[in-house]
Design a binder for this molecule. Structure first.
Ligand SMILES: *Cc1c(COP(=O)(O)O)cnc(C)c1O
Length: 354
């Protein structure tokens, strides 16, 4: 049961769109004219509003800054060939957002704020959705605690917001990835399955050290044995070995259940590729590599879509993959991009009309 909620709209007096260079859109740097804001107070959501994009005024004692009750989502909107705006699978992100909220002891955000607010905001700023191939409008819903109190306890008040950022391709180049055996991202019973802000800060030291060694990202291993593959930065990871696609399972709650991951699994099955969601050890990967098996390795995520991995560094071994021989990953990438950008029919019902 969702009662309609009035979302007030205050439009900007002057659009910044004419100042935007649509041919140069680094990820997450430019924001559209408007944003959505809603407040949680006294046990209910109120003040849902679309207003001009602007800074927030926050107290130094704001709870989120001290104890990290903060979560987010990442979604993309596109235009079809006639210029109609569509959002890729936003209900899946909506559900995941409230799973993250529950894990962090934050209130659920109702559908009429998350979904209707997002739709109205995008409708208002739709001129900001790029139509160029591999470009899109990145949607960033987020929530943080707003009590002005530095006691460690769940906040009584929260702010939910959505901001929008037009962006170009995320990782243009195939990546070199370092197999991380020292630092860990998530443990069973922890918060790995939540898109909680602190997970990303916690990953930065390992990533910085991998970058010093010449890599782009780390491939996280499980926290107990440091042997089983988990995921990669803000991407789930797939290994195609022979004609089987293997991706880590979700049972342990240590990896993020990616919407792109789900979509890629469906597409692989439709292509006749066998998909296994299971534990995959680094030893199995090394054995397949040394046996000269056909291998395609890639990350999946909203920001990056499908990112090929051209090299995996593990101890003294550098596993290099010949991208010119890949067939499955490029086909999946083409299909998902064509669906999102409206070049082929959406047979799955993934595209949500704004
Ligand atoms: C967001 C994210 C992903 C990818 O999820 P999508 O829904 O496909 O964007 C994977 N891993 C982590 C850690 C993430 O934060």
């Amino acid at each position: 049961m969702t009662a309609a909620m009035d979302i007030s709209v205050t439009k900007t007096g002057r659009s910044r769109l004419p100042e935007l260079d649509m041919n140069n859109l680094p990820f997450g740097k430019n924001f559209t004219d408007h944003m959505l804001v809603a407040d949680y107070e006294n046990g209910e959501w109120k003040n849902a509003a679309i207003v001009p994009y602007q800074p927030l005024q926050l107290s130094p004692s704001l709870a989120a800054l001290h104890y990290g009750q903060a979560i987010f989502e990442g979604i993309k909107a596109y235009k079809d060939r006639e210029g109609h705006p569509f959002i890729f699978r936003p209900y899946d992100n909506f559900k995941r957002f409230n799973i993250s909220a529950e894990r962090m002891q934050m209130p659920a955000v109702p559908e009429e704020i998350f979904m209707d607010g997002m739709r109205q905001l995008i409708a208002l700023d739709q001129a900001w959705i790029p139509m160029k191939e591999d470009y899109s409008l990145y949607i960033r819903p987020f929530m943080f605690s707003t009590d002005e109190l530095i006691g460690v306890r769940p906040s009584d008040t929260y702010k939910f917001m959505i901001i929008l950022s037009p962006c170009g391709p995320y990782y243009a180049e195939p990546m070199r990835i370092f197999v991380e055996e020292h630092y860990v991202r998530a443990v069973p019973g922890g918060v790995g399955y939540a898109k909680a802000a602190g997970n990303y800060g916690a990953a930065m030291l390992a990533t910085a050290e991998a970058k010093k060694k010449g890599y782009d990202q780390v491939l996280w291993m499980d926290a107990i044995e440091h042997r089983y593959v988990q995921e990669c930065g803000t991407m789930n990871v797939f290994f195609i070995i022979g004609n089987t696609a293997i991706t880590p399972g979700l049972e342990q709650g240590t990896i993020l259940e990616g919407v792109t991951r789900m979509s890629v699994i469906s597409m692989l099955k439709e292509m006749g590729v066998k998909v296994e969601e299971r534990d995959l050890s680094i030893d199995e990967i090394v054995a397949a590599y040394n046996a000269g098996e056909h291998m395609e390795v890639f990350g999946t995520g909203t920001a990056a879509t499908i990112s090929p991995i051209k090299e995996l560094g593990y101890k003294d071994l550098s596993m290099k993959f010949d991208l010119s021989k890949w067939k499955i990953a490029p086909a999946v990438k083409k299909t998902i991009t064509d669906i999102r950008e409206g070049r082929i029919p959406d047979t799955h019902g993934w595209m949500y009309a704004v």
